[in-house]
Design a protein around this ligand. Sequence first.
Ligand code: FE2
Length: 376
Amino acid sequence: MTSTSLHHDRHDPAVAPPVIGGIDHVEWWVGNARSFAALLMSSFGFEAVGYAGPETGRRDRVSHVLQQGRIRFVVTGALGPDSPISEHVRAHGDGVKDICFLVDDAEAAYAAAIARGAVTERPPAIDSDQLGAIHQAAIRTYGETVHTFLDRSAYTGQFAPGFGPAVLPTPRGEAVGLTRFDHIVGNVELGHLGEWVDYYREVLGFDQLVHFGDDQISTEYSALMSTVVWNHDKVVLPINEPAEGRRKSQIEEYLDYYHAPGVQHLALHTPDIVHAVRTMRDRGVRFLEVPPEYYVDARERMAGIDLPWAALAELGVMVDRDQDGYLLQIFTETVCDRPTVFFEIIQREGAKGFGAGNFKALFEAIERAQAARGNL
Ligand code: FE2
C-alpha cells in the first residue's frame, strides 16, 4: 500500500494559505476512458464538451471532458503500457487522480502551499495556444491523489490548450439535473486521519467543519471515523478512516481493493432529487437499497416537513435534518469494477450536515453489498 509521507517540519504558518475559488474539475484515471465517459453520459446525464488525444496532438493519452451544471469531469486513459496512467490503473483500478482547485494565481497558490508544508507533484507550468494560457501546478494529498491549482483567467477556450471539440455524441434521455459538487470524500488508513486533517489545515488553511467518532458511525459489524475539512466556502472534503469493528469495515474493503488511500465518493447536488434519481434509474444507475422499515422512523424524525414520502420510499431516497433545515440523499453502487468509488446524490434544503441520522441505515446497506462480495 502506498502512502504519501508528510513532512511538517517545513510548515511556515506565517505564509498566508492559497486562495481557492472552488473545484474546477475532477480528473479520473481509468482503463478505458471512452467506456467510462460513456457510462457517465448515458447513465448519469453528463454531456461531452471536449476531447484531447492523438487528433489534437496528444500522443500518450486521451481525455474526455464532461459537464453537467457546474460539475466537470475529465476522464483520462493511457495509450500505452508505460504510461503513469497505466501504472495507476494497474495498482488502483479506475479512480480519481486529481481534485483540481480553481485559483486566481497558480504560482502563488503553489508557492504558499509548499511553504506551508505541501509535498510537490508538479511545479508551475503554463500551457498555451491561440486562445490564451492556463497556469497550473500541483501538490500531493492522500495516496496517489493530487490537487492541481489551476488559473484559467487568461484562457478564452472551452477547457484547456490541447483540447478540441467533444467526439462522443450525447445520448438521448431526459436531463438529470445535477448542478454542482457538494463534497468529495477520501478514505485513509487506520491511524492516519489526524495527520491528513492537519495537512489540509496547515497546507491549505482549511478548517474542521465537523468530526464524527466511531460511536456515531458504527453498525453491528464495522465502524469508521470521519472528519470534514473545508475552505469556509465551496470546497468540502470529508476524510474517513476505519475504526476497530467486529468485521472488516467498508473503509478497509476500499483500501484493500484500491491498494492505497483515495477518493471514496463524490456527492453531487441536485435541486430535485426525486426527478434526478428517477431519471438516473431509468438510465440504468443502480442505487443502494433502503429497507421499507427505514421510512417508519424517517417519517417520525422529519415530523412537520412536507415530503413526497411515496416517491422517496419507491426510489430509496434517505432523509435527515439538522437545526438549519433538511437534506435528501441517496448512494449509488460502486461505479468501478473494484468495490471502491461511488456517487452520492444530495438535495439540500438548508441543512449543512452529511446525513448523520442515516449513517446506520446507510452502512447496513453497504455491508449487505460487502457481504455479497464475500468481504464482510
Ligand atoms: Fe457524503
